[in-house]
Design a protein around this ligand. Structure first.
Ligand code: HGY
Ligand code: MN
Ligand code: MN
Length: 420
């Protein structure tokens, strides 16, 4: 297998066409996209990639969680080398978070086909559903279903951001909550899983490096906090008689950066990304506020400690303000390390192709974390301009995406040859 000709077969025109088409699906008119999982926009983007998989001669199927899999060569059995990412987005998110990985995976297969190299094992392109968790408040939902690690206790009470129960959300696209477990796959089905993704930070840009070789992915805990006071008229009663839930929530929010700083760890993160005040009306003292809290760290024990600290502090603030406080964990994702042999293989491919690279941690979560329970995994980062992501300003130049696809194709071909 001649890797140079193989990676040279990667087509920037095909990548450009796929990225430009996907960017129009769910476009929000402000330069970003909104493609919440299981929405019509998400399903339209999936349908487009399904078509492109079929045009490339892949055998395409979908699973009970809405993940899409395209396999090549058709008919070749045995464990596959899988590559992929996601097409769902956060509201008003960027055009690159997810699609870069899906398009690079498909393009790697097309380039390998064109190079004439016939892999001894199948290649599989996977498009995961609900990676973001922006619809269900449960990141990696689709890949967790494939890995068989969805927590059934959480499923029962799961509702989407508008309060629609999980069962209804899935039925809306012809899926069924009862059959989710059928998405589960086994370790013996995979040789490895690789994912190309935008860095979503600014290290590669600042260091002027083309490729990030991911060594590990942080863990994430999502918590929901409900602060309850008493709704009241904004006028007659004196301020000291209020039980203002939003005031309590404000005190909690400003405390979180203080608690993160107290850990003394550069890897600690705490964010309140979602807030719902009820009844959210200017002349009514808020009676109830719900906060969505995101806690991250590269070490599992540090996440647990920081989440506990935030929870205790929030309870204490509410107690002192005469407010009721309830909290629950919505999801917990453990930190993972990438497989050493894949980290090495990506580095060797870059070296052989004279592409600059550096090892780095991922501060964002990815489907690779779920797939690490099924196979050895690795990730390839491409730069994010100004490190911006989860916003319409998210941008990665075409040549950087092409570079990611070439490194993916070269690494995949090398690995599949060595594995078998
Ligand atoms: O939240 C994350 O880290 C990823 O974008 N889902
Ligand atoms: Mn992503
Ligand atoms: Mn994301």
């Amino acid at each position: 297998m001649e890797r140079k000709s193989l990676t040279a077969a990667v087509s920037s025109e095909r990548i450009q066409q796929d990225m430009a088409t996907l960017a129009c699906i769910g476009a929000d008119g402000q330069g970003g996209v909104t493609r919440l999982a299981y929405s019509p926009e998400h399903w339209k983007a999936r349908a487009y990639i399904r078509d492109r998989m079929e045009s490339a001669g892949l055998q395409v199927r979908e699973d009970a969680a809405g993940n899409v899999m395209g396999r090549w060569p058709v008919g070749l059995t045995g464990p596959a080398l899988a590559m992929g990412s996601h097409l769902d987005s956060v509201p008003h998110g960027g055009r690159f978070d997810g699609p870069v990985g899906v398009v690079c995976a498909l393009e790697a297969v097309r380039a390998i086909q064109e190079s004439g190299f016939r892999p001894p094992s199948p290649l599989e392109v996977i498009v995961f559903a609900e990676e973001e968790g922006a619809r269900l408040n449960h990141p990696l939902f689709g890949s967790k279903a494939m890995a068989g690690i969805l927590d059934p206790r959480l499923l029962e009470q799961m509702k989407d951001r508008d309060g629609v129960p999980l069962a209804r959300v899935l039925e809306g696209v012809g899926l069924s909550q009862e059959r989710l477990s059928e998405a589960r796959r086994q370790r013996e089905e995979f040789l490895a899983y690789l994912e190309v993704h935008i860095e979503q930070g600014s290290v590669l840009e600042e260091r002027n490096v083309q490729i990030g070789v991911v060594t590990g992915i942080v863990g994430i805990t999502f918590m929901e906090m409900v602060i309850t006071g008493r709704a009241d008229h904004a006028g007659p009663n004196p301020m000291e008689r209020r039980k203002d839930a939003l005031l309590g929530a404000g005190r909690i929010i400003t405390e979180i950066p203080v608690l993160v700083a107290q850990t003394g760890s550069a890897a600690a993160r705490g964010t309140v990304g979602a807030i719902h005040a009820h009844p959210n009306t200017i002349n009514v003292v808020p009676g109830r506020v719900t906060l969505g809290v995101d806690v991250r760290h590269k070490e599992k024990e540090e996440i647990r400690k920081l989440a506990r600290l935030i929870d205790l502090k929030a309870g204490d603030i509410c107690q002192k303000s005469g407010l009721e406080f309830l909290s629950r964990v919505l999801t917990e994702i453990e930190p993972v390390a990438m497989a050493n042999n894949i980290v090495q293989a990506i580095g060797e491919t870059c070296e052989e192709m004279d592409i600059t690279c550096m090892q780095m941690l991922s501060g964002a979560g990815h489907d690779t974390t779920s797939m690490s329970t099924l196979a050895p995994v690795g990730m390839i980062f491409v730069p994010s301009v100004e490190g911006l992501s989860h916003c319409p300003e998210e941008f990665t130049p075409l040549e950087d995406i092409v570079c990611g696809a070439r490194v993916l194709a070269g690494t995949a071909a090398g690995l599949i040859n060595n594995f078998t």
